[in-house]
Ligand binder design. Structure first.
Ligand SMILES: Cc1ncc(COP(=O)(O)O)c(C=O)c1O
Length: 387
């Protein structure tokens, strides 16, 4: 089918919710996707930060194929070997203390459940979140999202959400108190333009939460599963080795098969009773096969080390660029801040068949590349920007 025909049937029969690129993607492999007209694109946006293992990684597709032949789905009402193995693998790479997983289907759902757990465990209601953070589009998550117009879209918002300034520890101190059930944050604020905080900030947040008995939640929907060059931001040197009570995950976790998860410590898991949480699809066999194979592929192909190498290489390649102000972020979650709007660069890259992403900061272009991206592929990107 031609691009125009594909565009036409989508526009005719689907609610339009995204400003799309003028390409129809047909297939992918590694850091590359092929469009309906046969053209090949370098995907440094990683299918919207999802395809950490690259597009259609052979180990992942094989596991999904094999699982599909056996059984696609049964819910949490039965035991399942593949679910057990996926949970075991995920908790084995999680920071120490995060011993149990709760599976769901998306990032927003993981955050909803994390906030519910914080309220259940503390018996309190208040949630503190941060300016510039994005946590999803369902009621509680959008109410915790103090970024642009998102929160307004979720009106009437869930009560008892309070905003604190990201990176400002004295503001956090004044907002997090003994009425606070949970504190949720994106440890690197991706959509805001890849905004970071120092490890000391996370150390102080941990102390405040401990002092008042609030649950600390890292939304690692973007930073998790190897993206920053660490399995997780929590527990790594990036957070000053701070381990939150809950880490939420989605995006990369299933290499594109929809799946979300909350990784929790004993304090949380021992207070959750049967029927406190639930989901039909969460923990389904197909998704669990994707999770297990994703984690195995990252390990086998040494993708976490590669994410670090990609960051170093990209920083070196753009070091002398007169148009780049700063490069923020870690591993394969990078924000390139230009000294003018990034849109013309985004467009020039797309004309050269390289897909990147914008952010809510008009000057910041986002790179959310697959963790398997090669140095030569980074050079193709740099050539266009430096050319
Ligand atoms: C940090 C973060 N949290 C939560 C979400 C929501 O995830 P989902 O779209 O899977 O609901 C996103 C999505 O972009 C995100 O970037």
């Amino acid at each position: 089918m031609s691009f125009e025909a594909i565009k036409h049937i989508e526009a005719r029969s689907q609610v339009e919710t995204y400003a799309k690129m003028a390409i129809a993607v047909e297939r992918g492999r590694g850091a590359w996707v092929w469009a309906s007209d046969g053209e090949k694109y370098l995907d440094l946006y990683g299918g919207h930060a999802v395809c950490a293992t690259g597009h259609s990684h052979p180990h992942v597709t094989k596991a999904i194929n094999e699982q599909a032949q056996k059984i696609l789905f049964y819910s949490n009402l039965v035991y399942s070997e593949i679910r057990g193995r996926a949970a075991e693998k995920l908790t084995s790479v999680a920071p120490g203390g995060l011993t149990k997983a709760f599976f769901c289907n998306s990032g927003t759902e993981a955050n909803e459940n994390a906030m519910r757990m914080a309220r259940l465990v503390t018996g309190r209601k208040k949630i503190v979140s941060f300016s510039g953070g994005f946590h999803g589009r369902t009621a509680d998550s959008i109410s915790a999202t103090f970024l642009g117009k998102y929160r307004e879209l979720g009106e009437p918002n869930v009560p008892d959400h309070v905003e604190a300034v990201f990176g400002d520890i004295s503001d956090a101190k004044s907002k997090i108190d003994r009425a606070t059930a949970g504190v949720i944050l994106e440890p690197i604020q991706s959509m805001a333009g890849v905004v970071e905080a120092e490890p000391e900030y996370f150390i102080e947040l941990r102390k405040i939460c401990d002092r008042v008995g609030a649950i600390l939640i890292f939304d690692e929907v973007q930073t998790g599963v190897g993206r920053t060059g660490n399995w997780f931001f929590g527990g790594s040197e990036l957070s000053g080795n701070v381990v939150p009570d809950i880490i939420t995950l989605a995006k990369s976790l299933g290499s594109g098969v929809p799946v979300g998860a909350c990784l929790v410590n004993e304090k949380i898991s021992s207070n959750i009773r049967i029927n406190d949480l639930g989901t039909t699809f969460g923990g389904g066999m197909l998704a669990m096969a994707a999770v297990l194979a994703t984690l195995e592929a990252i390990e086998q192909d040494r993708m976490i080390e590669n994410a670090r190498a990609i960051e170093t290489h990209l920083r070196t390649e753009l070091e002398t660029s007169p148009v780049v102000n700063a490069i923020r972020g870690k591993g394969c979650l990078l924000g390139i801040e230009f000294n003018t709007a990034c849109k013309p660069y985004y467009e020039r890259l797309l004309e050269n068949r390289i897909i990147t992403g914008t952010s809510s900061d008009p000057r910041v272009l986002r790179i959310l590349a697959p963790l398997c991206t090669a140095k030569e592929e980074v050079e193709l990107f740099a050539e266009v920007l430096n050319g």
